[in-house]
Design a protein around this ligand. Structure first.
Ligand SMILES: [Mg+2]
Length: 391
């Protein structure tokens, strides 16, 4: 039992009794156990001593002249400084009522006179042990409370950090989205012709390069495979300078917009591209399209622009027309790709020379030989011939 207690010399016990002999006897018993004993002959002095230096345990005689043990105990329990000090009552009265009252007053135990030394020691040790255990319990509760409060604070810090992080992520996501939108707009602006709203020259150059590389990678260019052709139509508005001079630049812009729209309407496949090549020149790239297909498109665009019937005093027909040059190459042959635009340009020049409002074709020999279906080649010849006759 004593193992749990602190060294007994450090334990102060206050003994209060108006009979000096009793004080001496109790003092002797307790001192034999090496407790530090303080003695008071009356309640008033005892209260002063207890407040000045609160002891670990108080033994109080019930019957004292000035202030009874009960009163002393009451006052001890009423003060915060001394309320927790255990009190053992001492009395010769061995009446049940006294004992009951002693406990009602807040006493922890009761010793009757004459003292039995072993009983006194046992009861004192018992109270000290209970007191020690209470202290430990209080400390444990305190430690636990502190740990809980620290955990709560940590939780709060974590919650704040999480909230901050979430806000940062949201801001970053928002900024990222804005950046992506801005980039998309920039990219669109960089590839669109402002006036006609079709692809610009830069976009065409990139697309030609991209399509050429794609077709080269594809199965069409595999050894032994039948290659698929790549066609291009270069066209421009006939007598456009005269149109501008006659009708003004605003009308000229409108004319360019209408022609661009018409070309876009004729060309329907997603892989095809209509672009403004410069000034009144337009270009149409037709991947995986042979001369036959390209000639069909060329004829369509000439017809559709004619059908717009935009008045043009200085044109032979009296309305706006276009001339076009068609070139078809084998995309698997590097040298032909390099010549694609100049071939179309030559064909366009020929169309102009021959009176405008028409298209001419320039087909490389290798492209013709690669056309497996002879009848398709003949169909192209017929189409071209009929167009020559009509113009
Ligand atoms: Mg007495």
């Amino acid at each position: 039992m004593t193992a749990l207690l602190q060294s007994t010399a450090q334990i102060n016990i206050l003994v209060v009794d108006d009979t000096l002999d009793n004080l001496r006897l109790l003092g002797k018993i307790l001192e034999s156990q090496r407790y530090t004993v303080l003695k008071s002959l009356n309640g008033r002095m005892a209260l002063q001593a207890a407040h000045r230096n609160p002891p670990d345990l108080i033994l109080i005689d019930i019957n004292m002249p000035e202030m009874s043990g009960y009163e002393v105990c009451q006052q001890l329990k009423a003060s915060e400084t001394t309320a927790n000090i255990p009190v053992i009552f001492i009395s010769a009265l061995d009446q049940v009522n006294d004992k009951v009252r002693a406990f009602e007053m807040g006493g922890q135990d009761y010793i009757t006179k004459p003292f039995q030394e072993l009983e006194v020691i046992a009861r004192v040790q018992n109270q000290l042990l209970i007191q020690q255990q209470k202290r430990q319990l209080r400390q444990e509760i305190e430690t636990r409370k502190q740990a809980e409060s620290e955990a709560q604070q940590l939780n709060k810090i974590l919650e704040n950090l999480n909230a901050n992080l979430e806000r940062q992520v949201q801001t970053q996501t928002h900024l990222q989205q804005q950046l992506e939108t801005a980039n998309r707009n920039l990219q669109r602006l960089a590839s669109i012709d402002g006036l006609t709203q079709i692809a610009n020259r830069r976009c065409f150059d990139e697309y030609l390069d991209q399509e050429h590389r794609r077709m080269k990678r594809s199965q069409f260019c595999a050894p032994g495979a039948n290659p698929v052709s790549l066609s291009l139509i270069l066209c421009d508005i006939d007598y456009f300078k005269l149109y501008n001079d006659t009708y003004g630049h605003q009308a000229g812009d409108l004319c360019l917009q209408q022609v661009a729209q018409t070309l876009s309407n004729v060309v329907n496949r997603p892989m095809d591209l209509v672009a403004r090549y410069g000034g009144e020149e337009f270009v149409i790239l037709l991947p995986e399209t042979d001369a036959f297909g390209a000639v069909y498109i060329a004829e369509q665009i000439c017809t559709q622009v004619r059908a717009l019937a935009i008045p043009h005093l200085h044109s032979l027909q009296g309305y706006v027309t276009i001339s076009a040059g068609v070139a078809t190459v084998n995309p698997c042959i590097e040298a032909q790709i390099a010549k694609l635009i100049s071939m179309a340009d030559q064909a366009l020049y020929q169309a102009k020379q021959e009176g405008r409002d028409r298209f001419r074709t320039h087909i490389e020999k290798e492209e013709i030989t690669s056309l497996i279906d002879r009848s398709r080649f003949e169909a192209i010849a017929t189409l071209t011939q009929s167009q020559e006759e009509s113009s």
